[in-house]
Design a protein around this ligand. Structure first.
Ligand code: KIV
Length: 285
C-alpha cells in the first residue's frame, strides 16, 4: 500500500527510517517498488544518469514529466517526488505553481521538490503549497546552485555555514515545506538540522541521523560509473552484470552459437517445413 505524508510523519515519531531512492524509468521503478522502498525521487539527476548530460541544467519540464509518468507506471503504489528542473520555478510564483501542478496532474506525483531556501524560493514554496501541492525542500549541496557553491562540494563545513543551513531549514518549514532533503553536509550538521526540525528531514550524504536516507539508484547498484560520491555505498554491481551479458551475447552471435534454432526460434509444422523445402528446391532448378 502506498505510504502517505501522515504515514511518513508517524514513522518519524516512531523513529522508523524512511527509505528513499531515485528512479527514472518504468522498469527500474518496478524493481524499486518490489524492494519495498518507501519513497521514490524522480530527480533531475535524470540528466546525468539517463540522458547523458554532465549537469542537471539542460533537463526540461517535458523530460521530467515523461520520466515521472514512466516511473508512476512502474511503481503505482509508491510515494513519488517529482523534481522541478532548473528554470521551472525560478521566474515567478505563477510559473512555479503551473509547473508544479503538471507533476501532480499529468504524472500523478505525490509531491514536488525544489532547491534552495533564499527569500524568492521560500516565496515559491509558500505559493506552491498554498495551491495545495506538497513541497519538499532541498538544501546543502544543491546542484542547481553549482555556480554559487563553486562546484559540487560538501556544504556546512564551518560553524557559520552550519548555522546558515539550520536557518534555511527553519525558513523552508515556515514557508510550508512538509519535508526537507539535506544533501552533502557533515553528519553533525545533518543531526543538528534534524533535531531542530518539526518536519521530516531526509538526507543524502548528510550522515546517519536524518529521518531517512536517499541515494541515486544508479550509484548504489554500481551502474553509473562516470563518478561516485564519497557518501555512496555500492550494494551490487549491475554495470558489471550488464557488461558480462552484452559481451557474452556479442561473442555467441559472432561464433554462431546464438541463436540455437532448437531453443530460440519459432517452430513450424514438419509437414509444412518439408513442403516449403521441396518448393524452394524446385525453384532453384
Ligand atoms: O536530482 C536528484 O537526484 C537530486 C538528488 C541528487 C538529491 O536532487
Amino acid at each position: 500500500m502506498k505510504k502517505t505524508i501522515p504515514v511518513f510523519r508517524q514513522m518519524v515519531e516512531k523513529g522508523e527510517k524512511i527509505v528513499y531512492l531515485t528512479a527514472y524509468d518504468y522498469l527500474t521503478a518496478k524493481y524499486v517498488e518490489k524492494a519495498g522502498i518507501d519513497m521514490i525521487l524522480v530527480g533531475d539527476s535524470l540528466g546525468m544518469v539517463t540522458l547523458g548530460y554532465d549537469k542537471t541544467f539542460p533537463v526540461t519540464m517535458e523530460d521530467m514529466i515523461s520520466h515521472c509518468k514512466a516511473v508512476r507506471r512502474g511503481a503505482p503504489n509508491t510515494f513519488i517526488v517529482g523534481d522541478m528542473p532548473f528554470m521551472s520555478y525560478q521566474v515567478s510564483n505563477e510559473e512555479a505553481i503551473r509547473n508544479a501542478g503538471r507533476f501532480v496532474k499529468e504524472a500523478d506525483c505525490d509531491c514536488i521538490k525544489l532547491e534552495g531556501a533564499g527569500p524568492e524560493i521560500c516565496e515559491r514554496v509558500r505559493a506552491i503549497s498554498g495551491a495545495g501541492i506538497m513541497v519538499m525542500g532541498h538544501i546543502g549541496l544543491t546542484p542547481q546552485f553549482e555556480a554559487q557553491l563553486g562546484g559540487y562540494k560538501a556544504q556546512g563545513k564551518s560553524v557559520d555555514a552550519a548555522l546558515k543551513l539550520m536557518d534555511e531549514a527553519k525558513r523552508l518549514e515556515e514557508a510550508g515545506a512538509w519535508a526537507i532533503l539535506v544533501e552533502g553536509v557533515p553528519a553533525i550538521v545533518g543531526k543538528a538540522i534534524t533535531e531542530a526540525a518539526g518536519i521530516p528531514i531526509l538526507g543524502i550524504g548528510a550522515g546517519s541521523y536524518t529521518h531517512g536516507q536517499l541515494l541515486i539508484y544508479a550509484d548504489m547498484v554500481g551502474y553509473y560509473d562516470n563518478f561516485c560520491p564519497k557518501f555512496v555505498k555500492v550494494f551490487s554491481h549491475v554495470g558489471d552484470e550488464l557488461l558480462k551479458g552484452f559481451q557474452a551475447y556479442a561473442q555467441e552471435v559472432r561464433e554462431g552459437t546464438f541463436p540455437n534454432d532448437d531453443l530460440h526460434a519459432y517452430k513450424i509444422d514438419p509437414e509444412e517445413a518439408a513442403k516449403l523445402e521441396a518448393l524452394l528446391k524446385e525453384k532453384q532448378k
